[in-house]
Design a protein around this ligand. Structure first.
Ligand SMILES: [Zn+2]
Length: 479
């Protein structure tokens, strides 16, 4: 843990110059912005983000800004806006988010997923966590900066915001939940100026997590990539009255069992740093278990995980320590009395930083094994690079320092997401992208289960914490 360059006391925070009643008003507006966004269903597929994009566009225009909207395919809307600095501080900071959400079948929900109820201290609904909450936090910061520009007699659309030396780019995109090709991926090709920045803030990090009484804030500095394959398993067609061992479905069953084995752990530099930094802060018996998580013997690592954490953190940690393989689609057969001569198995492999597509394919072929190899073809369906952002970037120090200034118990840690986000697109423009949507959760909150889960919800207090944190990060990094 390095000491931040920033002032260590709350009094040094830009947000402490804003009166508490102003923050209270800003929080109320932020909650209403979030509720309005949840009530616009942007379920992907089909996405239909254009209504949400127009809503955000109009809100920014009403503030006196000059937002831009694109609709590269019917219904697929993304929106962006620039707030100006005086230009003396370098390239912009990008506030990146997505407008689409995953489906939310109402079964199992205690609140309508698109009603945006406020109850029991939470805003409930699909997107509250992933990631309309962050869109609302970003809009909250923009509202504040616009108000400060107006108070100084400036036109927020044309003049620099007082005290800002860099521009701020806001971009909220379509299609993140289905690869981003109609959203951030399209913008990289056709509107790179919307995204080109010194660094970006995005989802998947900055949220408190309590372990053994300590409050960690994993900050996203890396994401796993993916490689999707279709395996064709050949056998012999025949009459079901005379079973045969070269039945393609039977071969596929053997293959699936081999693919589903967890595989060897590999400790990446980010995870090594994450586990070491966490162990340093934990009491001795817990620290010893944390150090065993990445043991070269997977059984030792698994036993440590089982003593340390509950599902789904155990599964997340397992995924962060290896290139994983998940079997998704299995198909064989045309009729019960016909032995199938062909089976197909589609798998989703998630690769750690440092694993290439060629290496992942070699591992899949190793799992197939020499006995099945003559009967199995492996076809690549898609590949997304893993992503890493530097730890020594000045923005990382601002993120960690600002969290510590707001929460004296905060232990920020560099962390990796087991899934991919739009960072895989911004990285193509060379923009280091950090997972940071600051929230301080109730220690009992089972945050990871809220992603794509039932009863997705975000705490009013968590948002109350996050708004001034994000404001201070923006002011410090751009000031
Ligand atoms: Zn998301």
């Amino acid at each position: 843990m390095t000491a931040p360059d920033e002032p260590m006391t709350a009094s040094g925070l830009p947000s402490s110059a804003v009166p508490p009643e102003t923050w209270a008003r800003a929080h109320a507006e932020l909650v209403e912005d979030l509720r309005a966004l949840i009530r616009i269903p942007t379920v992907n597929p089909p996405g239909d983000e254009i209504r949400a994009a127009r809503h955000v566009h109009d809100l920014l225009a009403d503030l006196g800004l000059r937002p831009e909207l694109v609709e590269p395919l019917p219904g697929r809307g993304s929106v962006a806006c620039r707030l100006r600095g005086d230009g003396s501080g370098g390239a912009p900071l990008l506030l990146l988010s997505h407008l689409d959400v995953v489906p939310a079948p109402a079964e199992g929900w205690t609140h309508d997923p698109f009603a945006a109820d406020v109850a029991e201290g939470y805003v409930w609904g699909r997107g509250a966590v992933d990631m309309k909450g962050m869109v609302a936090l970003e809009l909250g910061v923009i509202r504040r900066l616009v108000a400060e520009a107006r108070a100084a007699g400036r036109d927020p659309a044309a003049d620099p915001i007082p005290g800002l030396r860099r521009d701020i780019l806001f971009a909220s995109t379509a299609d993140e939940e289905a690869g981003g090709h109609a959203g951030a991926g399209w913008l990289v090709e056709h509107r790179p100026e919307w995204l080109r920045a010194d660094a970006a803030l995005n989802e998947a990090g900055g949220v408190s997590m309590t372990v053994a009484g300590r409050t960690f804030y994993p900050i996203g500095v890396a994401e796993k990539g993916y490689a999707v394959y279709r395996l064709r398993v050949r056998g012999a067609w025949g009459h079901a009255s005379m079973p045969r061992p070269d039945n393609a479905a039977v071969r596929a069953a053997t293959l699936i069992a081999r693919l589903a084995a967890p595989g060897q752990p590999r400790l990446t530099p980010v995870m090594e740093r994450f586990l070491a930094a966490a162990a340093d802060e934990l009491p001795a018996p817990t620290a010893a278990l944390v150090r065993q998580i990445a043991d070269p013997d997977p059984a030792t690592g698994q036993a440590a995980l089982e003593r340390l954490c509950a599902e789904p953190y155990r599964r997340a940690m397992g995924a962060l320590l290896r290139d994983s393989i998940s079997v998704g689609v299995v198909a064989a057969g045309v009729k019960y009395n016909v032995i199938p001569g062909l089976a197909t198995v589609e798998i989703d492999c998630r690769v750690l930083p440092g694993t290439t597509e060629e290496q992942m394919r070699a591992e899949v072929e190793r799992r197939v094994g020499p006995d099945l190899a003559p009967h199995v073809e492996v076809e690549l369906l898609g590949f997304g690079e893993p992503v890493e952002a530097p730890l020594d970037h000045p923005l990382y120090a601002v993120l960690a320092g600002t969290l510590r200034d707001h929460d004296p118990d905060a232990l920020p840690l560099p962390a990796m997401a087991p899934f991919a986000t739009d960072a895989k697109h911004t990285v193509k423009l060379g923009v280091p992208t950090y997972g940071f949507s600051p929230l301080r959760n109730d220690p009992r909150e089972t945050w990871l289960e809220r992603f794509h889960g039932v009863d997705e919800r975000v705490g009013l207090d968590a948002l109350r914490f996050g708004l001034p944190v994000l404001y201070d990060v923006v002011r410090r990094y751009c000031g």
